[in-house]
Write a protein that binds this ligand. Structure first.
Ligand SMILES: [Zn+2]
Ligand SMILES: [Zn+2]
Length: 413
């Protein structure tokens, strides 16, 4: 299943330089704009954990997958999580998947300081729960959202779970200290701080390999389409959904998000879904899923569409997406690792176009996404391009990083 080598990891210095880019500055200022003390306490805990690992070799150990600059991906011994606090759970992943951002992370092309414990998409089995956990039961299979959220604050109650007020901004698994030091999903065990709020039971009959990316990418696809499409179809039942993905073949991001967006748009009644992607294997997969697919060179022939999902991660792609947004239409952008981008202000004003940029509120999307899977209306497993075993994660993820896999899913063997 080896891939031809397509992407080369950045070395330590080039990786370090990513931490000095404008977007890195923006991200760190966002992560400190609220609950500074909490954030600093978590940074201290990260440093303390690293020391403890050396000083207390007697503490129970487990495997955790670590990514380091230079494309180094390996199992390392790490302290096992202590017994859960009152609202916490300890879980054991039975399926893990790559997020579209993970290739860039593993290649060292993101500003997140490395090394860190990897992974933020998984289905897990609950191993242990704290005294106040009521809903989640030991032995259950659960979806673990990638963002940390409490379920009780004003933001969580409003469904804005990606901006939970009980934890520092941008709190998430699998991004090391940049995400607030919550560990990674590719480990023998990891802790879920708010078990009843975060974990969602995997319905009977849904294969973990089908639902593993509900943690992040499938929910991300849902939030780009579901809030906008019904009103658009009411005005124009034949409306086209345009999904703008990679503008160049060498883009170091996965391609599952644009494909999930396409699946969800079809499931919610779009008559025509067009995916624009420079990568031939992605276009091929899109066609197999019932989408139309064209390379960016054919964009000129397209009419503006009332819903444009912009997943190019590039300022030029965002601009194209906005130029292709029809009057009273919506362009929803998955964002990217750029500090700023130019937008066609006058054109948007003239057409009355709306631009939505931001992160998803993953936990809030999970029930609707699981309903779509359980009722057979979407089959996310059709997006999986590479399957392997969790034990073999270092090799499988190196292949993913350096090759062109769309989505790599690893299962417990
Ligand atoms: Zn992700
Ligand atoms: Zn909250």
């Amino acid at each position: 299943m080896g891939n031809a080598e397509e992407h080369r990891p950045y070395g330590r210095l080039r990786n370090l330089a990513q931490g000095l880019t404008p977007v890195a500055m923006t991200a760190s200022s966002v992560s400190f704009e609220r609950d500074r003390e909490l954030r600093i306490a978590r940074l201290r805990a990260a440093a303390r954990d690293a020391l403890t690992e050396r000083r207390r070799p007697s503490r129970a150990k487990m495997r955790a997958l670590r990514v380091a600059p230079g494309g180094r991906i390996e199992w390392r011994s790490a302290p096992a999580p202590p017994p859960p606090g009152p609202r916490e759970a300890i879980v054991h992943p039975i399926a893990v998947a790559t997020c579209d951002l993970d290739r860039a992370i593993m290649l060292g092309r993101t500003p997140f300081p490395m090394p860190f414990h990897y992974g933020h998409e998984s289905i897990a089995e609950v191993v242990q729960v704290g005294a106040e956990v009521e809903r989640v039961k030991v032995g259950e299979r659960v979806v673990v959202p990638f963002q940390i959220n409490c379920g009780e604050c004003a933001a969580c109650r409003a469904g804005l779970t990606g901006n939970c007020l009980a934890v520092p901004p941008l709190s998430m698994y699998g991004f090391g200290v940049a995400g607030g030091h919550w560990g990674g999903h590719v480990a023998d065990l990891f802790k879920v701080p708010f078990a009843d709020a975060m974990l969602v039971t995997l319905p009977e009959g849904i294969d973990p390999a089908a639902a593993v990316s509900v943690s992040d990418n499938v929910c991300d696809g849902h939030r780009h389409v579901a809030p906008h499409l019904p009103a658009i179809l009411e005005r124009d039942p034949g409306a086209t959904v345009l999904i703008l993905a990679a503008q160049t073949r060498d883009l170091p991001f996965g391609a599952s998000l644009p494909l999930y967006c396409g699946q969800i748009a079809l499931a919610l009644g779009a008559g025509r879904v067009v995916l624009v992607d420079a990568r031939p294997p992605v276009r091929l997969r899109a066609i197999e899923l019932g989408l139309e697919a064209i390379p960016p060179s054919e964009l000129r022939g397209l009419d503006p569409a009332p819903l444009v999902v912009e997943t190019s991660t590039a300022p030029a792609g965002l601009r194209r997406g906005l130029e292709l947004t029809a009057p009273d239409g919506v362009c929803t952008s998955a964002g990217g690792l750029h500090g700023s981008a130019k937008i066609p202000y006058g054109l948007m004003f003239g057409r009355n176009a709306t631009l939505k940029v931001g992160r998803s509120h993953a936990r809030a999307e999970v029930p609707a996404v699981l309903d779509l899977i359980a009722s057979g209306r979407i089959a996310p497993e059709q997006v999986n391009s590479h399957l392997g075993s969790i034990d073999d994660a270092p090799r499988a993820l190196r292949d993913h990083a350096e090759g062109n896999a769309i989505k790599t899913v690893l299962l417990e063997s």
